[in-house]
Structures are given as structure tokens and as C-alpha cells.
Write a protein that binds this ligand. Structure first.
Ligand SMILES: [Zn+2]
Length: 72
């Protein structure tokens, strides 16, 4: 027998799953070199944080050190 509590639990899990999936990934951009870096990159210090899709849209390229695994 399916109770209302079970349905609510299912909806909560589904919501959390979808919410987690739509999380925006942020990268750090270097406006001089036109490269974007990941948070753990030594070159990401003092750089501007923007969403990854914005970085790509603005013509930024992945850093070869921290982005050797292609993020796209
Ligand atoms: Zn980097």
C-alpha cells in the first residue's frame, strides 16, 4: 500500500535530484589570456568567477593545466 508519506518522500528525492543536476558550474576567467580555470587550479587565484556557459559564450578557452579533462 502506497501512503501519502511515501509519495512525499519520492517527490522530495526527485526534487533534490533535479535541483542537484541543474547546478551551475562556475569557472575562473583570466581576461588577459582569455582562458578559464577550475577552482583548484593554481592560476585561478584572484580571477573573476563566472558560470562555465558564460565563459564559453564569451570565447574563453579551457586552461591546459586544470582542464585537461574536457568539461564540455
Ligand atoms: Zn588552470
Amino acid at each position: 500500500m502506497i501512503t501519502i508519506a511515501t509519495i512525499l518522500l519520492f517527490i522530495t528525492i526527485l526534487f533534490l535530484y533535479l535541483n542537484n543536476n541543474s547546478k551551475v558550474k562556475y569557472v575562473y576567467i583570466n581576461e588577459k589570456t582569455k582562458k578559464y580555470h577550475l577552482e583548484d587550479c593554481p592560476y585561478s587565484k584572484n580571477l573573476k568567477e563566472i558560470p562555465l556557459k558564460n565563459a564559453i559564450k564569451n570565447g574563453y578557452e579551457p586552461c591546459k593545466i586544470c582542464n585537461h579533462n574536457n568539461l564540455q
